[in-house]
Design a protein. Structure first.
Length: 186
């Protein structure tokens, strides 16, 4: 049974998105929502993120949007280290703090501020171990930060073949865009 889902993907800047008003954010959130709703039927209870700007923050917003209809759906934010937002732009920090305030569970994997990239590796392995599956917005042709979660997830999958890896690909997003445009023109 799939109870906990780790959700991640590219950071906003890796997608060339520098504003939440960007049209792509709407489609990414819609794709995440569709996947979460389908997994709720399979027993999904918790969405886990590390709180990174981009796909993870958008996933948190999707959870908040779904909670009125699915009150048992919960959000956990497990940050890699304390004060991860300290170097982010002020508007991103504000959004991050709103997400932390709305989350059902918040903690840090490392109880210290940033010291080394090793903290990120530990966070990736820890979050994969704490989840039953992972949902990544990822394109195998375009390297980026989700690759590290994918590597940890593939390692876990080798030991536990019930661990699932779900993807939202550029193709999936293209199909969503085409469906929306088709529906608007009817």
């Amino acid at each position: 049974m799939l109870q906990t889902l780790l959700v991640s993907g590219y950071k906003a800047h890796e997608l060339g998105i520098f504003s939440d008003k960007h049209e792509g954010v709407y489609y990414i959130k819609k794709a995440i929502a569709q996947k979460l709703v389908s997994l709720l039927d399979e027993g999904l209870e918790w969405v886990i993120i590390s709180g990174q700007p981009g796909v993870e923050m958008w996933a948190a917003e999707v959870v908040f949007e779904l909670q009125p209809e699915f009150p048992d759906l919960k959000l956990a934010v497990l940050t890699p280290f304390l004060e991860q937002e300290s170097r982010w732009k002020e508007n991103v920090q504000e959004k991050y703090h709103e997400i932390l305030a709305g989350a059902d569970f918040v903690d840090s994997v490392s109880r210290k501020p940033y010291e080394s990239p090793g903290q990120l590796r530990v966070k990736n392995q820890f979050l994969v171990q704490k989840s039953d599956a992972v949902l990544l917005l990822y394109d195998e042709e375009k390297d980026g930060s989700p690759k590290y979660y994918l590597d940890a997830a593939k390692q876990k999958q080798e030991m536990d073949n019930s661990y699932e890896i779900f993807y939202i690909t550029p193709y999936d997003l293209d199909v969503l865009v085409q469906e929306e445009q088709y529906n608007r023109n009817e």
